[in-house]
Design a binder for this molecule. Structure first.
Ligand SMILES: [Zn+2]
Length: 172
């Protein structure tokens, strides 16, 4: 829970007639980090849709896929999104749209509640690398290499029939 990053109802947002601005620093229970998550977030009610824009940064501890050693990685996100107010994402031909439907990626019901902490969580989560490598110099783990060699030598029959295993061996 990040102090001040409290959910706001769309009704409350609408009566504000301006931008709800959050300036935050803290930790999220469901997203462990080694430095506080810091950032800013603005939510603007535009009648038919919300404009949510903001940035967040933090440092996380990851385990390298290649050498299994822990390392830290800085995450930054800077994004803006249009969230449609309604029961679903509007159809392409819906009249009166001020923004392109392609830019609307989500919707929220008119009596719904916007959770800024969930938005920050989502944005940071998207920044996590798919392949976690500690650095360009990473040599990989001997244990992982041995396991791979053992696996390949016990899969001899496979290697005789499938030449792709030879390519794999060259990588070790
Ligand atoms: Zn590594």
């Amino acid at each position: 829970m990040i102090d001040g990053l409290v959910p706001i109802s769309l009704k409350e947002l609408k009566t504000k007639e301006s931008i709800k601005a959050y300036n935050f620093k803290g930790n999220l229970d469901n997203f462990p980090t080694i430095t506080p998550i810091e950032g800013e977030l603005d939510i603007e009610h535009k009648g038919d849709y919300l404009i949510v824009k903001g940035f967040a940064e933090t440092t996380v501890s990851l385990v390298c896929d290649r050498c299994l050693v822990e390392y830290s990685e800085r995450l930054n996100c800077n994004n803006h999104e249009y969230i449609w107010i309604g029961q679903s994402i509007p159809k392409k031909d819906q009249a009166g749209l001020l923004i392109s439907c392609d830019e609307i990626i989500d919707f929220i019901e008119p009596d719904g509640i916007f959770d800024p902490a969930a938005w920050v969580f989502e944005q940071l989560h998207l920044q996590l690398p798919v392949s976690k490598i500690c650095g360009k110099e990473c040599q990989g783990s001997e244990i992982l290499k041995e396991n791979a060699i053992n696996y390949l030598s016990t899969s001899k029959n496979m290697s005789q029939t499938d030449s792709r295993w030879d390519d794999l061996k060259k990588l070790l």
